[in-house]
Design a protein around this ligand. Structure first.
Ligand SMILES: Cc1cc2nc3c(=O)[nH]c(=O)nc-3n(C[C@H](O)[C@H](O)[C@H](O)COP(=O)(O)O)c2cc1C
Length: 193
């Protein structure tokens, strides 16, 4: 077996970062992410737009081998732990539900997703792969990191892709599934192309 390569079927000549990105679970345990790359990924996220420019995202992260990596790993669901432990870095992104003026922030998760998206594309641009996860224990994350005003929203595993044969057979099989998306016609409520 080898590294799985995927290209989502489309009739359009899309940017390769969009067309070729997918979420592997096979991470190369020998990879060490550089401080510069990790910093650049967070910087890309930092520059995201947000409602009222509130920037409601906050980052907790660690490289494999560091205490924070193990703490985030420990808060993941069992299935996610099995493969995410090989990633080079784990990034927990939390968000604030309140605007700075005290009002509720209805779009904080939307804004946070934009920041994660930008960080993700920067990571892929630098030759890494990413896998986002909401399969984690909310209470464990809050307790571990003393999150009271911030909500843990997503964990992102970042690393270099490995051959799929490092995974248990069933997971390796899933790794090879072709990208599957709804046709655009199912997504358009109104509007003609
Ligand atoms: C917000 C979010 C949460 C996700 N949670 C998990 C998860 O807990 N475990 C997992 O294995 N994959 C998780 N995924 C990965 C999705 O299953 C995957 O992105 C989707 O099937 C599309 O596949 P692709 O990213 O390879 O194109 C998550 C993705 C997103 C965006």
């Amino acid at each position: 077996m080898a590294k799985v390569v995927k290209k989502a079927p489309t009739d359009f000549d899309l940017h390769p970062l969009i067309n070729n990105r997918w979420s592997p679970r096979a991470f190369d345990i020998s990879d060490e992410i550089s401080k510069n790359d990790l910093h650049a990924i967070l910087e890309a996220a930092r520059l995201a737009p947000s409602a009222f420019n509130e920037q409601p995202w906050r980052f907790i992260f660690g490289k494999r081998g560091e205490e924070t990596f193990n703490q985030i790993l420990n808060g993941l669901g069992e299935f996610n732990q099995t493969w995410a432990r090989n990633s080079s870095a784990l990034l927990l992104v939390a968000g604030t539900k309140q605007r700075s003026n005290g009002d509720p922030h209805p779009s904080y998760q939307y804004d946070l997703g934009l920041a994660v998206s930008q960080g993700t594309f920067e990571a892929h641009h630098r030759g890494y792969v990413t896998h986002q996860m909401t399969g984690f224990n909310h209470d464990v994350m809050c307790q571990t990191f003393d999150l009271t005003t911030f909500e843990p929203v997503v964990v992102i595993a970042i690393g270099r892709q490995a051959d799929s044969d490092i995974l248990p057979a069933q997971m390796a099989e899933r790794e090879k599934a072709q990208p599957n998306r709804k046709p655009l016609t199912d997504l358009i409520i109104k509007g003609s192309l």
